[in-house]
Design a protein around this ligand. Structure first.
Ligand SMILES: Cc1cc2nc3c(=O)[nH]c(=O)nc-3n(C[C@H](O)[C@H](O)[C@H](O)COP(=O)(O)O)c2cc1C
Length: 219
């Protein structure tokens, strides 16, 4: 769907997910992340960039596992520490994965995706047309109920900073594996919140598209 159509539908309150013609899996147990894989950090930093042309090819469960772990995974089980920082270790940002087969919430401790919405929400995750067909759109959502220890006036900015760190981890993972990614703030917040069925404590901060590149970065 093109950008103008999305904007018009959004204004009318009609920007909606695509219904599915099959049953989604209730949960997807991800394989363990490949924590010894990938290129050296400095090379990944040298390759990091935003990309906006993706193949529709579905990402493997191994790739989903690695990139979700990079975003929000548990890297110190004894402390339930995460790969990305959060103010006062509130761990208030959840990552949702909008796949062609449904919208899933990543649960870092069990390293599992739980079905949140049995519909294809991808096209509602951004005004740009590539988000509809790229295999994965991540949605970073703050849960304000987990930030009671943080002054109310600081909660949104702290959570946005945490989401930015998570999204940068995904950028670096993608750079290290030749995948494309772009973080995005241009989306219809009302339409996406409604499509995701979020409660009043939850605030969508950021989205990010990931997929194989139509043209490899270093072809
Ligand atoms: C907060 C934020 C919001 C962004 N929103 C969008 C967006 O909605 N759509 C998009 O295509 N790119 C978006 N970008 C990506 C920027 O356009 C991109 O980072 C910038 O052009 C620099 O390019 P680079 O990432 O390749 O260095 C956003 C980046 C940031 C940090």
């Amino acid at each position: 769907m093109n950008t103008l159509t999305k904007m018009a539908l959004g204004l009318l309150g009609h920007l909606k997910p695509t219904p599915l013609e099959f049953d989604s899996s209730k949960s997807i147990r991800l394989p363990p992340p490949g924590v010894t894989d990938g290129m050296p950090l400095m090379r990944a930093l040298a390759a990091r960039q935003s990309q906006r042309e993706f193949k529709t090819t579905v990402l493997s469960e191994e790739t989903l596992s690695d990139l979700l772990w990079a975003a929000a995974g548990v890297n110190r089980p004894e402390l339930v520490g995460r790969t990305a920082p959060s103010a006062m270790n509130a761990q208030e940002v959840d990552v949702y994965a909008a796949l062609a087969t449904g919208l899933y919430r990543y649960e870092p401790v069990a390293h599992v995706l739980h079905l949140a919405v049995a519909a294809d929400v991808r096209r509602v995750t951004g005004y740009q047309d590539f988000v509809d067909t790229a295999p994965l759109d991540l949605v970073y959502v703050a849960d304000h109920a987990r930030m009671k220890m943080i002054p109310a006036s600081h909660r949104e900015s702290y959570a946005s900073i945490a989401a930015g760190a998570m999204a940068q981890n995904v950028y670096l993972y993608c750079a290290s594996t030749g995948l494309g990614a772009v973080m995005r703030a241009w989306f219809d917040r009302a339409a996406l919140g409604q499509s995701m069925g979020l409660d009043a404590d939850r605030q969508i901060l950021l989205t990010q598209t990931v997929g194989m590149l139509k043209t490899p970065a270093h072809a």
